[in-house]
Design a protein around this ligand. Structure first.
Ligand code: GUN
Length: 282
């Protein structure tokens, strides 16, 4: 029987602990503060930001949502980041990606104070991760590691395949897996035969953004399959990078879409905001 890696259930469990943490901080007069900056009108980004705001409210975290027009200049955005860098009541700053073309995301990641970089995308935090000394960690890969651990899956010694090399998922995911003693391959658009690599992998993390890219034929019997995809089928239905219905008969464990990785990302964002606020308490 395949094990369903249920991110919704684990998130609900973690919400209980996080509410306790927020209550404990409140006794010291501290309310965790999260600034979320969204530039432009990317539809998916607006949904993500709305969900973040809702979850923050539920947990007692103060969120400030800045929605800036698509015409915002890089200078204007950097000024706003600087304002939040200096705001003592803001513990975490998140600039939603992607950004409009006139803004270089690298300049943005360099501008965020690494101690407030709740996404873990800044070069300082990415460097710490790859140095084996992680501090703030990208929320989606961290959520995946928590989900695996909560289900008793130890990746040590596994041959792991990460499909995708983005700053948001692929790169930090690979770093976390290496730190946890997996042997990692990072595949990307120029990889020769990703399917052949998939077939010999013990763990597949699919983050390529192609609906049902991984089929049952690509999965070794008993492998663990994690689906980061949020894709649309031609009929408009939400699905992932993995053909869940068929892969579930081959894999030993699998994440559903929705309800797998997605809820864990927001949970980790909230948890890291709380952890950063705890730094203020000392
Ligand atoms: N865009 C898609 N996922 C994310 C995320 O986790 N953080 C940010 N900042 N942008 C994203």
């Amino acid at each position: 029987m395949v094990k369903l890696l249920d991110g919704k259930k684990l998130s609900q469990k973690m919400n209980v602990q996080m509410k306790q943490d927020v209550a404990a901080l409140a006794t010291q007069g501290i309310i965790p503060g999260l600034a979320v900056i969204l530039v432009g009108d990317d539809a998916a980004s607006h949904i993500y930001v709305r969900n973040k705001k809702r979850r923050a409210e539920k947990l007692g975290i103060r969120s400030v949502i800045e929605e800036l027009p698509v015409t915002t200049t890089e200078t204007e955005l950097l000024q706003l980041i600087d304002q939040y860098n200096r705001d003592p009541e803001i513990d975490g700053i998140l600039v939603q990606l992607p950004l409009p073309a006139q803004i270089d995301p690298w300049h943005v990641l360099l501008a965020i104070d690494p101690h407030k970089d709740v996404d873990g995308f800044s070069p300082v935090n990415m460097g710490k991760l790859w140095s084996g000394r992680p501090d703030v960690i990208a929320c989606t890969p961290l959520g995946i590691m928590k989900l695996l651990a909560a289900n008793g899956i130890d990746v040590a010694g596994m041959d792991a395949l990460v499909i995708g090399r983005s700053t948001i998922v692929g790169r930090p995911m690979a770093g976390l897996l290496v730190n946890a003693d997996a042997t990692v391959t990072i595949a990307h658009t120029k990889t020769n035969d990703v399917k052949a690599i998939a077939r010999r992998s013990d763990l597949i993390v699919a983050a390529c953004g192609v609906a049902h890219f991984i089929t049952a034929d690509d999965v070794k019997p008993g492998a663990v399959v994690v689906d980061v995809g949020m894709d649309r089928l031609p009929d408009g239905k939400l699905t992932g990078d993995v053909d869940f219905e068929h892969v579930k008969d081959v894999a030993s464990a699998i994440t559903p879409v929705p309800g797998g990785v997605g809820p864990m990302t927001i949970t980790m964002l909230m948890n890291q905001t709380i952890q950063l606020a705890k730094g203020r308490a000392q």
